[in-house]
Design a protein around this ligand. Structure first.
Ligand code: NAD
Length: 247
């Protein structure tokens, strides 16, 4: 049977690259994103990569009711659900002393609560053997220090803990839940900061490979974590950061 996947954040960056990698591996996919045009473009590209149809759905992961509808729609399209990847997320770079509670809440609404609702809704629709991969960040391990600051680092630390809790909670259902913690990856999220040569050089120099990753490098790592071969892996954090934190 064709493997199926829902990927959030499918319009751009790591989410888009994940849809394309899963398509290369023969999956049928549904991409969910607040940016429908981008998600449709990704679905169109995926259609060139295998014989399956791919679908895009507009939803804001902070809108619980809409997200539940989106998962219902995705299930109708896919039939069954093998895989969820939660790549929808926002960056945040306000210096600590200028950070407002409203901004802190808004970042956590997307990165943490949005991820939680997606995991819960996917798990309701999954059978034993299904796999979930969330997207954290080295910021959640290090407490920021690359581009993101307090609200972002705290949200990604929460994703690490949420993933481990979901791995415990969903193990009895036969569902594995892992996370990837990317280091600097050249997507629209960091493209503006990377125009600052001094900043880019400083961050790259923190990793032993002294480079920035491309989104496809994250996608292949995610594809492994959600593959049928990853039988013994749950509650794990795969750090893909060119040797920065060596966690
Ligand atoms: N790029 C990096 O260096 C890096 C490093 C570590 C972790 N990450 C994480 O990787 C994930 C993907 O980021 P990216 O770098 O691909 O960025 P990106 O900006 O290219 O993609 C993020 C996607 O999420 C979507 N999105 C944002 N808010 C949403 C919402 N409320 N509802 C639905 N969709 C929403 C955006 O429309 C966009 O398509 C994020 O969680 C990010 O924190 C990125």
């Amino acid at each position: 049977m064709t493997r199926t996947a829902i990927v959030t954040g499918a319009a751009s960056g790591i989410g888009a690259a994940t849809v394309l990698e899963l398509a290369r591996q023969g999956y049928r996919t549904v991409g969910i994103d607040i940016a429908l045009d981008g998600a449709r473009n990704t679905a169109r590209e995926a259609t060139q990569l295998n014989a399956e149809r791919h679908y895009a759905i507009a939803a804001d992961v902070t809108n619980e009711a809409r997200l539940i509808e989106a998962f219902d729609e995705a299930q109708i399209f896919l039939g069954h659900l093998d895989v969820l990847v939660t790549s929808a997320g926002v960056g945040e770079t306000t210096p600590f002393m200028d950070l407002t509670v409203d901004t802190f809440r808004a970042v956590n609404e997307v990165n943490v609560i949005g991820t939680f609702v997606c995991i819960r809704e996917a798990a309701k629709r999954m059978q034993p053997g299904a796999r979930i991969c969330t997207v954290a960040s080295v910021a959640g391990i290090r407490g920021g220090g690359l581009s993101g600051t307090a609200a972002y680092a705290a949200s990604k630390g929460a994703v690490l803990a949420l993933t481990k809790n979901a791995a415990r909670a969903l193990a009895p259902r036969g569902i594995s839940v892992n996370t990837i913690a990317p280091g600097a990856t050249l997507t629209p999220m960091i493209a503006e900061h990377w125009k600052n040569e001094a900043h880019r050089t400083r961050v790259e120099g923190m990793s032993v490979l002294n480079r920035t990753a491309q989104p496809h490098e994250m996608a292949v790592a995610i594809a492994f974590l959600v593959s049928p071969q990853a039988t013994s892996i749950t509650g794990s954090t795969l750090v893909a950061d060119n040797g920065l934190v060596m966690y």
